[in-house]
Design a protein around this ligand. Structure first.
Ligand SMILES: Cc1cc2nc3c(=O)[nH]c(=O)nc-3n(C[C@H](O)[C@H](O)[C@H](O)COP(=O)(O)O)c2cc1C
Length: 191
């Protein structure tokens, strides 16, 4: 397997972490530098980042995130298994109010960098944006796009093939998380 295949396979959405393993500000800056070097529509580079990596600030972020919608009997990581850092991605509307798909590219760059460093995490789009904006005193011209939750993963995530088109991820009795991916031939349109 090539390095890029290995990295992308390992870069799963992780939602439980060793909370005692912290991530430094320097590490977060290295990850954001990967986003900085990533493609940007019109090269406008409107996305800004807020770093959180202390227990006090992390506690302001966590209550505003929703976890794993398909796992109906799980409301999110317990204390001790929560992310040790967050990167909040915001659009700087003073530059331009459209960030096209820069956010996804930047997020993937950060996540791949995190995995390469032995961390992992989850892109969280389900965010209480108004509450989080208030909790962190974020000025109104910055619009929260999404939050990257990061830490040292404490769970196993296994890639599966979809069965009958069922894309819902699930957790088995050993607490292993399974992610169904559609097979390649389903994605290719031979038109
Ligand atoms: C834009 C985006 C938003 C997401 N939002 C959430 C979220 O709010 N909560 C969550 O637990 N997972 C979220 N995820 C993670 C997806 O559920 C995850 O990518 C999907 O289940 C596939 O698993 P994988 O990342 O391991 O391939 C999000 C992923 C993306 C790309």
């Amino acid at each position: 397997m090539s390095h890029i295949q290995e990295l992308i396979r390992k870069n799963r959405s992780y939602r439980r972490f060793y909370e005692e393993v912290s991530i430094s500000r320097e590490t977060l800056l290295e990850l954001i530098d990967l986003a900085r070097l990533s493609p940007s529509a019109r090269n406008a580079q409107t996305i800004k980042y807020i770093l959180c990596h202390t227990p006090e600030r992390n506690a302001l972020v966590f209550p505003n995130l929703a976890w794993a919608g398909y796992l109906k009997d799980w409301t999110g990581p317990e204390p001790g298994e929560r992310p040790t850092a967050y990167i909040i991605m915001l659009n700087d509307t003073r530059i331009f109010d459209n960030y096209f798909c820069d956010d996804g590219i930047a997020a993937q760059s950060i996540m791949l960098g995190a995995v390469e460093k032995g961390y992992g995490g989850c892109i969280i789009g389900s965010v209480e944006r108004i509450k989080l904006q208030k909790a962190l005193n974020i000025p109104a011209h910055f619009k929260i796009i999404q939050v990257l939750a990061l830490g040292k993963p404490k769970e196993e995530v296994v890639i599966e093939s979809t069965v009958s088109g069922n894309i819902k991820y699930y957790r088995d009795s050993n607490q292993v998380h399974h992610v169904p991916k559609r097979p390649l031939d389903e994605l290719i349109l031979d038109l």
